[in-house]
Design a protein. Structure first.
Lengths: 277, 277
């Protein structure tokens, strides 16, 4: 018997992956959670029927959330990750020695629990003493901590279920207020092939709050269309003004100093979403 | 009844697309050819069970074969496209007014015939007077035309079936000889997630023949992993020495002058394939 996991990424298109076994399948207080072991991509975390991360390609997303913004901020000591209970972004954040404290605020404790158990390659740094893990609502945490963080990273699911309010303008204003005076934030903002309207709306909202707003991209094979975007909002520093020659080489598999500016060069149809004529 | 086209991109992973109807399904003298109409990506050309092009995302591949090399060569008058019977690359080549003649050498006349009939948005320029269409073996054509072309583009299928010899070192030597003294060629070289060995081998082979060899990438949702590579071999001009400010804006949906150099910045795991330590 062959078992295949099939995910409809749109109503009419999807991916399908042969699986060895299902390790977890559970309805948590917030979402449907599954961890399945696939032949091609290894173990895979699936929330509400959408692939969140896989052992084979997780490095792309986690590196590309963490490193562009941390190599843009001049001295990121205090970092907040909203969501990201699998711990992958935290693992990358800790590669930056100047980060003194990384706070993870994940709404669903089950994501943390099962990631530690079944995805230790990803979640292994969640017990690091530089990390504080808080199981709580990220929206509330943001609004309760003013002028606190140097860098905030929003590692959310898609804007369905618990993450809906993480794509609202009020959330971005909360992030602005939670950041210090030279703070920067970054959020994953889905793909331009099927969700162009989302990228456009987030971009408009963030531009009304942050003076510097830039979108960059990365290739993630198991995410819809394989082309993922990230939106960065900054109070003072422009990521394109960084001297790439001063970026240290960290142990990464996707991000390099040579990619730092290149990823901000967008295909024309994505440029048109971000800077409509 | 719902019909879905499912393509195994590896033995254990694939894509699946809901279809409206099958327009063509035929065993030609060279390969299995199908044109199906999908809901998400529109009409789709499938050769030997692999998506070659779709109405929705074809612009990426066709633009990214044609424009980087044509904006690198100082004066590309005489262009050869090997394969590419759907006509998409030819359409992009003709956007360059300095190209006087574009020759298409496609081994399978049925690809041309059915593309003209069912994919006119892509194949529509094959009757343009600046185009010469030859139904023949590209490998032979290359070896019979020395010192003839300014630019050669290899728009092949994967290295199975009729395209096997288009990935051999003898073919790249033939291309070198068919190019004029400042000639440049580009070939599609598959994806680094599932076919890293192919990219590595082509790169090694081409480096033994051409003094300047560079790899660049683009996102193509319906191709395996969504990340596609292209290998450029050049006799004298380095694509990274071009002044982007002098590149004219053409009517494109993916390529822009701002992308010209950025697409050569590769993820570290791809860098490591191309420049092994």
């Amino acid at each position: 018997m062959e078992l295949w996991y099939t995910e409809k990424q749109t109503d009419h298109f999807g991916i399908t992956a042969k699986i060895k076994q299902t390790l977890v399948e559970e309805q948590t207080d917030f979402q449907h959670l599954a961890i399945i072991d696939t032949v091609e991509f290894g173990r895979m975390l699936v929330l509400d029927g959408m692939v969140m991360t896989t052992i084979k390609d997780e490095f792309v997303y986690h590196e590309m959330v963490a490193h562009p913004v941390l190599h843009t901020h001049p001295n990121p000591k205090h970092v907040l990750v909203v969501g990201g209970g699998d711990g992958g972004v935290i693992r990358e954040v800790l590669k930056h020695p100047e980060v003194e404290k990384a706070v993870l605020v994940e709404i669903d404790g089950k994501v943390i629990e099962y990631s530690k158990k079944y995805l230790p390659e990803i979640a292994g740094e969640l017990n690091n003493p530089r990390v504080e893990v808080i199981v709580n609502d990220g929206y509330m945490h943001i609004h309760e901590n003013k002028n606190t963080y140097d860098v905030i990273m929003v590692d959310s699911t898609e804007p369905v279920g618990p993450a809906v309010q993480l794509f609202e303008k009020g959330f971005y204003q909360g992030i602005y207020d939670a950041l210090k005076e030279d703070g920067i934030f970054v959020a994953q903002t889905d793909n331009p092939w099927f969700k162009g309207d989302l990228i456009q709306k987030v971009n408009q909202d963030v531009k009304e709050i942050f003076p510097i707003v830039k979108v960059y991209q990365a290739n993630i094979p198991t995410y819809p269309s394989g082309l993922w975007t990230f939106t960065m909002g900054s109070k003072t520093v422009d990521p394109l003004n960084i001297d790439e020659n001063n970026i240290p080489e960290l142990p990464t598999k996707y991000y390099t100093p040579r990619l730092h500016k290149a990823v901000f060069a967008l295909p024309r149809f994505v440029e048109d979403l971000v800077n409509p004529k």
